[in-house]
Design a protein around this ligand. Structure first.
Ligand SMILES: Nc1ncnc2c1ncn2[C@@H]1O[C@H](COP(=O)(O)OP(=O)(O)OP(=O)(O)O)[C@@H](O)[C@H]1O
Ligand SMILES: [Mg+2]
Length: 321
């Protein structure tokens, strides 16, 4: 069998129902989810708070059991120790032993995977180098910033040299520099032919990093595919035009081409429905002797898709879409 074509993660109709409170109220956290993560790709698992990302990841890691449906890692059932040995995992809120140094912390996890002696020490040095933490190798973790902890957390997830790395919200709580560092780290993993699946609600990061993404809301898949296709599907390509010195009459002539007109002091912002109307709008501005200040095409993003999908599920977001 061609292993390149074989999905590394395969989820089919996965469902998780929690029973909460005294009366056992049913909360469906994951609701019939199916998706695949392919070998060598960076896969973004996206969704708003409470969408079911962590619950899905916990099922993949065998930490909780599905109510129904199946999931496999490397074609084997999720409970299979051989499959688990090839996976590295960073939980959403990892626990760090405050009084250990990063070296001691990694040594502890190395021992859990049966690594000892010089092989382990070499691996630890490699990982500290990879995550840029060599300078802080003997500093106690309680003195680390959130970004440093996250990098050591990722080093921990790599201790067993896994083929698949699952990271639950690796960028959350980090400043832009910290996020960039984690993004670079994920790209380095991709370069070394690892498969990375990470959850996030920071769509910009996912757009920069991922080959493919799945978007889930209320436990259900709402979109899945190549980032370029998903963004393309949603490519309304509106154009923003800012003009000055346009009278109300000229604005009326422009109205049929616009989605929105906003007056901002002596300037007017016009959102054109699409780029095909740019030429007509410019002609009208010229005839009306208005001044063009700027013309900016609006590229669709994952964020637009996200808001549109969310609006379909939540009336309060319909305005935003
Ligand atoms: N152990 C549990 N018992 C009861 N309900 C739970 C439990 N774990 C999660 N849930 C519920 O399941 C839903 C999905 O939660 P989950 O943590 O998987 O979302 P998430 O997508 O990871 O969100 P976030 O972005 O906030 O991390 C939520 O409604 C949550 O309250
Ligand atoms: Mg979560």
């Amino acid at each position: 069998m061609d292993t390149a074509a074989q999905p590394v993660v395969e989820i089919q109709s996965l469902k998780k129902v929690f029973h909460v409170g005294f009366w056992g109220r049913r909360v469906t956290a994951v609701d019939g989810l199916s998706l695949e993560v392919l070998r060598g790709e960076v896969f973004g698992f996206l969704g708003p708070n409470g969408a079911g990302k962590t619950t899905t990841i916990k099922m993949l890691m065998g930490l909780i059991y599905p109510s129904s449906g199946t999931a496999t890692l490397f074609g084997q059932s999720i409970g299979d120790p051989a499959a688990k040995a090839k996976v590295g995992f960073l939980p959403e809120s990892p626990y760090f032993y405050d009084y250990l140094s990063s070296r001691e912390f990694l040594r502890f996890y190395g021992h859990l995977f049966g690594l000892w002696g010089t092989a382990l020490e070499r691996r630890i040095e490699e990982l500290l180098e990879l995550v840029g933490m060599t300078h802080a190798r003997d500093l106690q973790l309680r003195k680390f910033s959130k970004g440093m902890l996250q990098r050591v957390g990722i080093a921990q997830a790599l201790i067993n040299d896994p083929e698949l790395i699952i990271l639950d919200e690796p960028m959350s709580g980090l400043d832009p520099i910290g996020r960039k560092e984690v993004r670079d780290l994920i790209l380095r993993l991709k370069e070394s032919e690892k498969t990375v699946m990470f959850s996030s609600h920071i769509l910009h990061d996912a757009e920069l990093l991922c080959d493919r993404v799945a978007m889930i809301m209320k436990g259900k898949l709402v979109a899945c595919g190549l980032v370029s296709d998903l963004v393309g599907q949603n490519a309304t390509q509106s154009v923003e035009m800012v003009v000055e010195k346009l009278g109300p009459e000229s604005l009326e002539h422009l109205r049929p081409f616009t989605e929105k007109i906003l007056l901002q002091g002596n300037q007017t912002l016009l959102v054109l429905k699409d780029q095909h109307h740019v030429r007509q709008a410019l002609d009208l501005v010229r005839v009306a002797k208005g001044d063009l200040v700027s013309l900016t095409p609006h590229r669709s993003s994952l964020e637009d898709l996200f808001i549109r999908k969310a609006a379909g599920l939540e009336p309060r977001l319909q305005e935003a879409a």
